[in-house]
Design a protein around this ligand. Structure first.
Ligand code: NAD
Ligand code: DAU
Length: 352
């Protein structure tokens, strides 16, 4: 891994990954291609912006000309594809952009990788590629759908996405798989559970609840709040992706998760308690349509075959994360004083 294209590197996980990988590997040049949508924030990358091994291009993964130019110029040997529309609630009100970015954007990247890496790009039967190249699709456990009270998602679980977001991610996964089967493109797919940590956009559960609790705003819990998510610290996700880039068997899918199943209400109460705020702030609101009840990742494959394991306990990670948001209120308020307020009013009906 020498010349790496990271897409969506100004978002939550991408920006954590860029900082992580530049720290871990001194011999790489990393290009971050990001459109800077509402979720992209270059402030997340202040620590690396002057690093000569880091370059940034503002642009759209769906722009075929631009993507091909970047492949020509940078001779990438690795693609780590994070860029996406990532918020389930937004996908319920505006599905189209999810299909466009998450599916068609992925296809543009796959095509560029195939053309630039294949040894005979004009020969549709050629399955040989430059040595050492790899395309990694960052996917999600949501492609598997929802679980009942028991069971876990393995890599063999059939895809059964329930939201426009997860359907778009599952479609992208199927395209990546098809490029492996049809053209032999060297790929991996990773499917991670819910991430938490620094720089997460405050439309997502944990940063939203911290922000509201701090500001005495009601905490909107969907339905009964007993939906279960399997939480993983974002730095553990970054380390898992790094492990797959180094040791993953080409063509394989790897689930990533840390065995931390928690009900939403439990997380909300924990946040209130760390902030010394009253549970009276909890407000049960109308449930998310099609809301997945439970996710749980079986991580046996990546832990036993590749030797990755999470470094953070949930207790340590969530405590540090809450503290990070308390220490970085300016980062949060630069977001929450912009377009975010319009989104929040429409989403939670607070403009009425
Ligand atoms: P995010 O919404 O915080 O960031 C997405 C980034 O993609 C933003 O910087 C945005 O500007 C960029 N982007 C969007 N459309 C683009 C386009 N057309 N061209 C270029 N850049 C574009 O998302 P995140 O939470 O960091 O998630 C990153 C990836 O990880 C996504 O693919 C998501 O599906 C996956 N994932 C997320 C989680 C999670 O818990 N957040 C868990 C598993 C997998
Ligand atoms: O599982 C991985 C997925 O995790 C990623 O693929 C997605 O990109 C990421 O957004 C996340 O999806 P979720 O829908 O699980 O995350 P979110 O933070 O939106 O919601 C977490 C849970 O909290 C979910 O059950 C809905 C609930 N929730 C969320 C919000 C924003 C509430 O009860 N109230 C809220 O206001």
């Amino acid at each position: 891994m020498k010349n790496v294209l990271v897409t969506g590197g100004a978002g939550f996980i991408g920006s954590n990954f860029i900082q992580y990988i530049l720290d871990q590997q001194k011999d790489i040049l990393l290009l971050n291609l990001d459109l800077l949508t509402y979720a992209g924030n270059l402030e997340n990358l202040r620590a690396v912006e002057n690093n000569p091994r880091y370059h940034f291009v503002k642009g759209d993964i769906r722009n075929r000309t631009l993507v091909n130019q970047l492949f020509d110029e940078y001779h990438f040997d690795t693609v780590v594809h994070f860029a996406a529309e990532s918020h389930v609630d937004r996908s319920i009100t505006e599905p189209e952009i999810f299909l466009s970015t998450n599916v068609l954007g992925t296809q543009v990247l796959l095509d560029a990788a195939k053309v630039h890496w294949n040894l005979e790009p004009d020969n549709k039967y050629c399955r040989e590629y430059r040595p050492g190249v790899r395309y990694l699709q960052v996917s999600t456990d949501e492609v598997y759908g929802a679980l009942g009270k028991t069971g876990m998602f393995t890599e063999e679980t059939s895809l059964s996405p329930n939201s426009p977001y997860s359907a778009s991610k599952a479609s992208a996964d199927l395209l990546v798989r098809a490029y492996y089967k049809t053209y032999g493109l060297p790929i991996n797919i990773t499917r991670c559970s819910n991430n938490y940590g620094s720089y997460q956009f405050p439309e997502k559960l944990i940063p939203l609840m911290i922000h509201n609790a701090q500001n005495n705003i009601p905490l909107p819990v969907y339905g009964d709040g007993m939906q279960i998510r399997d939480w993983l610290h974002v730095k553990d996700h970054c380390a898992a992706i790094h492990t797959v880039l180094e040791k993953g068997v080409l063509g394989e899918i790897y689930n990533i998760g840390g065995n931390n199943e928690k009900a939403n209400l439990e997380i909300v109460k924990l946040i209130l308690s760390q902030l010394n705020q009253s549970e009276e702030l909890i407000t049960h609101v109308k449930d998310r349509p099609g809301h997945d009840r439970r996710y749980a990742i079986d991580n046996i494959k990546i832990t036993t075959q590749l030797g990755w394991k999470p470094a953070y306990t949930f207790e340590q990670g969530i405590h540090e994360t809450i503290q990070w948001y308390l220490d970085n209120t300016e980062w949060v308020s630069r977001i929450t004083t912009g377009d975010y307020q319009n989104y929040y009013d429409q989403m939670y009906g607070t403009n009425k």
